[in-house]
Design a protein around this ligand. Structure first.
Ligand code: NAP
Length: 241
């Protein structure tokens, strides 16, 4: 569709799946990453094999200057931003009694403040029909995991941010969120087999999602077919009980 789509945290997992899904739509994709340069380059190479235009931009989204610089690079090259997907996120799992202020602040800075900074900077270059999609989690709604209570708080905050930005940026820019349940990515690689089995028992489709199953919903939300969907949080969790 020839849109310019910026995806944060696009070097792997859900972010790279979202990037490939937009590339299939013939959009120009901007691959943001923080440290995994090789992985980001692999994504870019695959996108080029698909015949698409793409760009990789290194930026820590929790750093205001780096976000400004990233958005400037995109706009200097392409002149606009049509879609922002706030996907980058971290989870630091620790026992509640061991949870440090440093961990808590880092999680909020990346997952919540980072998303805000990207939205604020991108909005300056968005036109009518643009959209922002925030990747939150069912942990921000009603599935809880005390080892990552800081993560869960950041994702609840991201839902609140979604609603406020939807109000502020209407009617030109739609703002929605996607709330996945468990997804098979490196973020959950520490979970043991027994725990995964127990969790699958609580999911009506009896398995974790694949990243592409989240990406499909993101692409739909950004499409003209979804132009009457705004200020919404869509669960993609296989029916978690
Ligand atoms: P992942 O495999 O750990 O990938 C995270 C991505 O975020 C990487 O590309 C990483 O890039 C990037 N990133 C982390 N911190 C960053 C920062 N400060 N600035 C820029 N990029 C940064 O995670 P995932 O499972 O694909 O998760 C993607 C999103 O979905 C996250 O927001 C996560 O909370 C959410 N989610 C995941 C699940 C799940 O079960 N996996 C469930 C619900 C929601 P570098 O490697 O370069 O640092």
């Amino acid at each position: 569709m020839n849109r310019v789509v910026l995806i944060t945290g696009a070097s792997r997992g859900i972010g790279s799946a979202i990037t490939f899904a937009f590339a299939k739509e013939k959009d120009t994709v901007i691959i943001n990453y923080r440290s995994s340069e090789e992985r980001a380059l692999e994504v870019k190479n695959k996108i080029e094999e698909m015949g698409n235009s793409s760009m990789i931009v290194k930026a820590d989204i929790s750093n205001e200057d780096e976000v400004r610089e990233m958005v400037k690079k995109v706009v200097d090259t392409y002149g606009k931003i049509d879609v922002l997907v706030n996907n980058a996120g971290i989870a630091i799992d620790t026992l509640v009694e061991d949870k440090t202020v440093i961990d808590f602040e880092r999680t909020l800075k990346v997952n919540l403040i980072g998303a805000f900074l990207c939205a604020r900077e991108c909005k300056k270059y968005m036109n009518e029909g643009s959209s922002i999609i925030n990747i939150t989690s069912t942990n921000g709604i009603d599935t809880y995991y005390p080892y990552s209570l800081d993560y869960d708080a950041s994702k609840a905050g991201l839902i609140s941010l979604t609603h406020n930005l939807a109000v502020e940026y209407s009617p030109n820019v739609r703002v929605n969120a996607v709330a996945p349940g468990w997804v098979n990515t490196e973020m959950i690689k520490e979970l043991d087999e027994e725990y995964i089995k127990e969790e699958c028992e609580k999911i009506l489709v009896r398995r974790f999602a694949e990243p592409e199953e989240i990406a499909n919903v993101v692409v739909f939300l950004a499409s003209p077919q979804a132009k009457y969907i705004n200020n919404e949080v869509i669960r993609v969790d296989g029916g978690i009980l």
